[in-house]
Design a protein. Structure first.
Length: 105
C-alpha cells in the first residue's frame, strides 16, 4: 500500500493534532504508511487534490453533509470520528476507522 494522505479536521486544531499524532504512532507500529494532517475545516479545499480520506471531528458533525458533498467529486471517503474514539484520542481505533474508509473505495 502506498502512503495515504488523511486529512483530519476540527474547529481549532489542538485536539485534532493529538488525535492525528496518535493515529500516526499506531500506523507506524503496524507498519502502515500513513500521513495524517490535522487542519481547520476552512482549509479542506486546499487539500482536495492530495488526500485519500477525510476525518471529521465529532463537534463538526453538523457540517458532515456539506463536507461529504465537497469531497465526493474527488472520490474521497469521509466520516465523522465517533466521540468515543475522539474523546480518548484513541489512535488505534482511529487508524481502524481510516482503514475501513479506504477499503470502501
Amino acid at each position: 500500500m502506498t502512503e495515504k494522505n488523511i486529512l483530519l479536521i476540527c474547529g481549532g486544531g489542538a485536539s485534532s493534532g493529538f488525535m492525528a499524532q496518535n493515529i500516526r504512532k499506531a500506523a507506524k507500529k503496524r507498519n502502515i504508511e500513513l500521513n495524517v494532517m490535522a487542519r481547520s475545516e476552512s482549509e479542506v479545499d486546499e487539500y482536495l487534490n492530495e488526500i485519500n480520506a477525510l476525518l471529521i471531528g465529532p463537534h463538526l458533525q453538523y457540517m458532515e453533509e456539506d463536507l461529504k458533498s465537497k469531497v465526493k467529486p474527488y472520490n474521497i471517503p469521509a466520516v465523522v470520528i465517533p466521540q468515543t474514539i475522539y474523546g480518548l484520542l484513541d489512535g488505534n481505533k482511529g487508524l481502524d476507522l481510516i482503514l475501513e474508509l479506504l477499503d470502501e473505495k
